[in-house]
Design a protein around this ligand. Structure first.
Ligand SMILES: [Zn+2]
Length: 342
């Protein structure tokens, strides 16, 4: 950031000292307890997703980023930590313990360059200075992006780039990031190894009424999916409903091998997967209505932008061969597995 972007303010320590002088000791103890309590709660909030960006790792700043998130009362999640690491990369901060190039003064700080960026003597000092800057009242959009339970690196990127901070290129770094939120919405589901087959099952021969599977609510037209896939789709549907006023309707979820055979027999060649090969048979694919099935519709575009945050993707093959805008898959099911079938 540049010096100009950080207006002079009354120092935070002065405000605190003046405030403390008027607070009885007992109240103060309670406030501090409440503060730490709320930090702990924030830390255990599960939200946010796992974000990975090409060439971006937190490295020695892992603990630094976690401390910054705690300091601004944001959930400490992998996604937000990666977001800060991506920000560091975009900012190109080379000063000591100052990844985002703040000019905030601190005890023991030395001047790194002519615009007043500081070197900090240690990690704690850098964290405190960075938190002070973020909380100085000039960066509400950055704070709300970092505090969002459904952390989105693109929201952070646009908040940072459009702010007075001066980074400007986080959106470019964020183009090489992907987000998955598998697990975050899957409360109560078993954990599954990545890929298929899973659970010792055979395709299309999974008992529906088991803890491994979940039944979709009537508002989504029912049907079954693998538990984590289904719960993530329900969470995605809740967001979809805020935008479009209706749930995502699932025209086809889990398919038994018998249903796959029937479909294969009635569809033109190539339009249905070989029975026993469909990702529907793993409870990991869903055919969607509610406007999503119209390629390029606002609903389809919204899904392209948002579904991956919930672990759902539109596979590349479904954009051409065969063309199936309605067919979506749960990412955690793909991996070193047979090619997904329609
Ligand atoms: Zn399908």
């Amino acid at each position: 950031m540049s010096e100009a972007s950080q207006p002079r303010r009354v120092p935070v320590w002065l405000v605190v000292v003046v405030a403390l002088a008027f607070i009885p000791a007992a109240t103060l103890a309670m406030s501090i307890g409440a503060l730490f309590g709320s930090m702990m709660n924030q830390q255990s909030t599960g939200g946010g997703g796992s974000v990975s960006c090409t060439g971006v790792t937190a490295g020695k700043y892992q603990n630094y980023y976690e401390s910054v998130l705690q300091g601004i009362s944001a959930p400490v999640t992998d996604g937000a930590v990666t977001g800060l690491a991506a920000w560091h990369r975009a900012e190109g901060g080379k000063a000591a313990w100052n990844p985002f190039n703040t000019t905030q003064d601190a005890q023991g700080a030395t001047t790194y360059n002519s615009v007043g960026v500081k070197n900090y003597p240690n990690e704690d000092t850098g964290v405190t200075a960075t938190v002070k800057t973020l909380l100085n009242g000039n960066y509400p959009q950055i704070l709300s992006a970092l505090r969002d339970n459904a952390f989105d690196i693109h929201s952070l990127a646009s908040a940072v780039d459009s702010s007075a901070w001066g980074t400007k290129h986080l959106s470019d770094v964020a183009k090489n990031c992907t987000t998955t939120q598998t697990g975050d919405f899957a409360q109560g589901c078993p954990t599954y190894p990545r890929g298929t087959p899973w659970g010792g099952h055979r395709n299309g021969q999974i008992p529906e009424a088991s803890p491994e599977m979940v039944e979709l609510p009537a508002g989504m037209h029912g049907g079954w999916l693998r538990c984590d896939a289904g719960k993530s789709l329900m969470a995605l549907s809740a967001q979809f409903k805020k935008k479009f006023g209706q749930d995502i309707s699932v025209t086809s979820g889990y398919r038994t091998v018998g249903e796959q055979r029937l479909l294969y027999a009635t569809k033109p060649p190539g339009a249905a997967a070989v029975p026993g090969r469909s990702n529907h048979g793993w409870g990991c694919a869903a055919d969607l209505g509610s406007g999503i099935s119209n390629f390029g519709s606002p609903q389809f575009q919204w899904m392209k932008q948002n579904a991956a945050k919930f672990g759902w993707v539109h596979p590349a093959w479904a954009e051409s061969h065969p063309f199936e805008p309605w067919h979506w898959e749960f990412q955690a099911c793909s991996g070193a597995t047979p090619a997904p079938g329609p």
